[in-house]
Design a binder for this molecule. Structure first.
Ligand code: SF4
Length: 378
């Protein structure tokens, strides 16, 4: 029986070991070394850990490591450094995008995608205009991370900062797609990233962001990550307002979302991120700040991230001015909320929040499907 190589990047080290036991003669013995090397290198190279050609061939028959190909990188300089967006081509010709965002003091945040497109339809978001083309597989999500490490120069051996502290980079699932609409694959990708036998990225360095898929929030809780971060994109404090800009709210009202978040708390000192995209004329009034405070009240520890709206190709409104942002943050603080102001990065290269995506992909995918269905001439 021919075995199709299994994507190694979709498995944790113990899972690879178990599969190797079954499909590679004496494979379990070398599994830990092969796994760590593949995750570090971004390629399956069993010879590099001292295996002979016969054993290496057996590993290649059982496992594969395929990284997406980088199609384009666009960059924008800013006061904290360069923001870069990489577009990668997937095996079926679709594309996903990821963004490398400077945070100061040599640290970065990597914004990863979980889907190609998105079905949630948030009106302020470019990806929402694409609709959902497909979920990313676990190996594609982890593959993005390995590509990012290579093209953005993120090495596991990053030197220390001048102050002697290690440089820690964070990962956020805030790229293309609603992470909890692809919950099974995102949860498994987090297990792979977190596995100390491979990448060993601490859970507290990873944040899942959701617009409010309450079923996904429950799944994430069941997955048992104690130190993982979660943030919710709130963006409106009344059901009427949220219905208008976020279709998810027509099905799951704010009280249901609030109840799911109250039930989520994985540890006592957990802080929920509450993201609020500030849109002039739509959600930037004094009463909106009061509404956010009411929503947050039963959630115990929260941190409100105020994100200035980034107009895309079909803008809902303009970007807020600095004065408008500061005024709104002042109102939130009057309400007793801890607030962080997100500095816009990557807007000029469509790499900022809400700007990822390529609406032409949908037409291209449809055309490719049509061509595949055409009878071929013999
Ligand atoms: S904001 Fe997130 S959930 Fe909403 S459409 Fe965009 S990618 Fe999807």
């Amino acid at each position: 029986m021919t075995i199709i190589p299994f994507p190694l990047l979709s498995l944790t080290q113990p899972e690879v070991k178990a599969r190797a036991k079954e499909h590679v003669a004496r494979g379990a013995g070398a599994a830990n070394l092969v796994y760590r090397d593949a995750l570090t290198r971004g390629a399956l190279a069993p010879e590099e850990v001292g295996l002979g050609s016969v054993a290496a061939e057996a590993w290649r028959r059982a496992f594969s490591v395929d990284l997406p190909e980088v199609k384009d990188i666009v960059r924008e300089d800013g006061p904290l450094g360069e923001t870069a967006k990489a577009v990668v081509a997937l095996h079926d010709g679709l594309e996903s995008e990821m963004v490398w965002i400077p945070m100061g003091r040599g640290r970065h945040t990597l914004c990863l995608s979980s889907q190609v497109g998105c079905k949630m339809g948030c009106t302020f978001c470019e990806t929402g205009r694409m609709g959902l083309l497909r979920h990313l597989a676990v190996s594609e999500i982890v593959g993005q991370l390995l590509v990012a490490r290579r093209v953005f120069g993120w090495s596991p051996d990053d030197p220390e900062n001048p102050d002697g502290k290690r440089r820690h980079h964070n990962i956020v699932f805030m790229g293309m797609g609603e992470a909890l609409d692809n919950a099974d694959n995102v949860i498994q990708a987090i297990r792979v990233m977190n596995d100390p036998g491979g990448l060993g990225i601490a859970q507290e360095r990873i944040t899942v962001c959701t617009v409010g898929r309450v079923d996904g929030i429950a799944r994430l809780k069941d997955a048992g990550f104690k130190r993982l971060n979660l943030s919710v994109s709130l963006n409106a404090a009344t059901d009427a307002q949220r219905d208008a800009i976020m279709p998810v709210n027509r099905k799951t009202k704010l009280d249901a979302l609030q109840a799911a978040l109250v039930a989520y708390r994985p540890r006592r000192n957990f802080t929920l991120g509450v993201n609020y995209c500030l849109m002039p004329g739509l959600n930037d009034q004094r009463e909106d700040a009061t509404g956010i405070a009411s929503f947050c009240e039963p959630l115990e520890r929260v941190l409100v991230n105020v994100i200035p709206y980034n107009p895309g190709n079909a803008p809902l409104t303009r970007a807020p001015t600095d004065d408008e942002i500061d005024r709104f943050i002042g109102w939130l603080r009057e309400e007793g909320l801890p607030v962080r102001k997100r500095i816009t990065k990557g807007r000029s290269v469509m790499a900022a929040c809400g700007q990822l995506g390529n609406v032409e992909l949908r037409a291209r995918a449809r055309e490719d499907k049509r061509k595949r269905q055409l009878p071929t001439k013999s």
